[in-house]
Design a protein around this ligand. Structure first.
Ligand code: 6PG
Length: 478
């Protein structure tokens, strides 16, 4: 018997993906650099389906039906290159290598081009949902050629999560690095989502004076409404959890320094290159960096804060509703920014990504799965080229309804000295986009003053320079 697909790299994600495939009736070849792990895998999970264990990469290749489909589940970066090299040496033209790790999309573009020259298909694939998703249905974002998707798509769609309407959370994102690009932005949005949730918690705790268990209940309530999402759901779980050692709230004994592996940072770096303003995602990444700057924080701890540090109780009662509004509005902004980055990347690399389809495959399986992704899908279905989801009637109405509360939350945070960079950046983005005129005009004037960088006028075509050091008359530029 031959395997329909193979998985090399049997750490927890690879292991669970292989089990997911086998449980769906697909014979799976399994391989790991250290063969002991393959043997342990078979011992533990061998009865879950048909597995063909391979001790060597040659045996792995031999056990796959042609054209071969091989999924790599190893650490992004150099380990991925090493496995690709090994694997490519034993494959034949027409075979497919799927990289299911969190690779940088530029690496994926490079690898795809190199393997294409050897007649191999390279399918950089974003997979979201953590360990549990890999086993029970992740959201899958494959890039690569149409031909490769034809051979792989049905298998991947089979093991992917299903949205409430039954459609698989997997679609062909676009050529070469498109899949990993979209996964990168997914993670950037994940950072923003988590930062906004963290700010909501912080405000409820340190402005309204609620205890973690009470805040958990508030999140549980929010999860019944428009904010319903996996991250809101698990926030309630984490906040309600009690530390066994101290008997106090778990959240109070965790070191407050958020770590990161790189995808959020890449989202912002890439956005800077593309000129896509993802300020909410950027604040989320910087908030993690700031939290981890232990020395800087220790040095600054004694700086003066405001006199007032708590809301009075009447205001405190209304506050949770205000925070819900601010959270929803800021979340809309973060997604709007992320989707705009996807559109900018798609235009830059000619990927032809359908943003509505991305919203659709994020509805289930992935970390940012949320009820409101249905609305984003609808917004793009009604106009695939819309400049921003913010102008979709559903979202513009929601922002209009939320804005008074959103502004109260941001000003309360500022008055009481509780940092809320995510909420503030989202509101500033909203107000900047709405503005009839921006002070960028003044910046242009300053640039022209000190560096003769020139400016354009609102009333005439062309570029101009004012003779600031002379009689201040205006001359055409260049
Ligand atoms: C997912 C997650 C997953 C991983 C992040 C965590 O979609 O399943 O995003 O990819 O949990 O990479 O990233 P940080 O360690 O940078 O928070």
């Amino acid at each position: 018997q031959q395997a329909r697909i193979g998985v090399t790299g049997l750490a927890v994600m690879g292991r669970n993906l292989a089990r997911n495939l086998a449980r769906h009736g697909h014979p799976v070849a399994v391989h790991n650099r250290t063969a002991a792990r393959t043997r342990a895998f078979i011992e533990e999970f061998g009865d879950e389906g048909v597995f063909l264990p391979a001790e060597s990469i040659q045996q792995f290749a031999d056990s796959l039906e042609r054209p071969r489909r091989a999924i790599i589940m190893v650490k992004a970066g150099a380990p991925t290159d090493a496995v690709i090299d090994e694997l490519a040496a034993v494959l034949e033209p027409g075979d497919m290598i799927v990289d299911g790790g969190n690779a940088a999309f530029q690496d994926t573009r490079r690898r795809e081009a190199a393997l294409r020259r050897r007649g191999l298909h390279f399918v950089g694939t974003g997979i979201s949902g953590g360990e549990e998703g890999a086993l029970n249905g992740p959201s899958i974002m494959p890039g690569g050629s149409d031909e490769a998707y034809q051979a792989l798509g049905p298998l991947l769609e089979d093991i992917a999560a299903k949205a409430d309407d039954g459609t698989p959370c997997c679609t062909h994102v676009g050529p070469d690095g498109a899949g990993h690009f979209v996964k990168m932005v997914h993670n950037g949005i994940e950072y923003a989502d988590m930062q906004l949730i963290a700010e909501a918690y912080d405000l409820l705790r340190h402005a309204a004076g609620l205890r973690p268990a009470e805040i958990a209940e508030i999140f549980r309530g929010w999860n019944e409404g428009r904010l319903e999402s996996y991250l809101i759901e698990i926030t309630a779980e984490v906040l309600a959890h009690t530390d066994a050692a101290t008997g106090g709230p778990f959240v109070d004994i965790v070191l407050d320094q958020a770590e990161q592996k790189g995808t959020g940072r890449w989202t912002v770096q890439t956005a800077l290159d593309l000129g896509a303003p993802v300020s909410g995602i950027a604040e989320a990444v910087f908030a993690r960096s700031l939290s981890g700057s232990a020395e800087l924080r220790a040095a600054a701890r004694g700086l003066p804060g405001p006199g007032e540090t708590w809301l009075d109780s009447a205001a405190g009662d209304r506050f949770a509703d205000d925070v819900e509004q601010a959270l929803y509005a800021s979340k809309i902004v973060a997604y709007a920014q992320g989707f705009n980055e996807i559109q900018a990347g798609s235009a830059e690399y000619d990927w032809g990504i359908d943003p509505g389809a991305m919203a659709a495959i994020w509805r289930g399986g992935c970390i940012i799965r949320a009820r409101f992704l249905d609305r984003i899908k609808e917004a793009y279905d009604s106009d695939p080229h819309r400049p921003t989801i913010l102008t979709d009637p559903h979202f513009s109405d929601a922002l209009g309804d939320a804005q008074a509360a959103w502004r109260r939350v941001v000003s309360t945070a500022a008055e009481l000295g509780v940092p809320a960079p995510g909420f503030s950046a989202a509101l500033a983005y909203y107000d900047a986009l709405r503005a009839e005129r921006l002070p960028a005009a003044l910046i242009q004037g300053l640039r022209d003053y000190f560096g003769a960088h020139t400016y354009r006028r609102t009333d005439r075509e062309g570029s101009f320079h004012t003779l600031w050091g002379g009689d201040r008359s205006e001359v055409p530029a260049g």
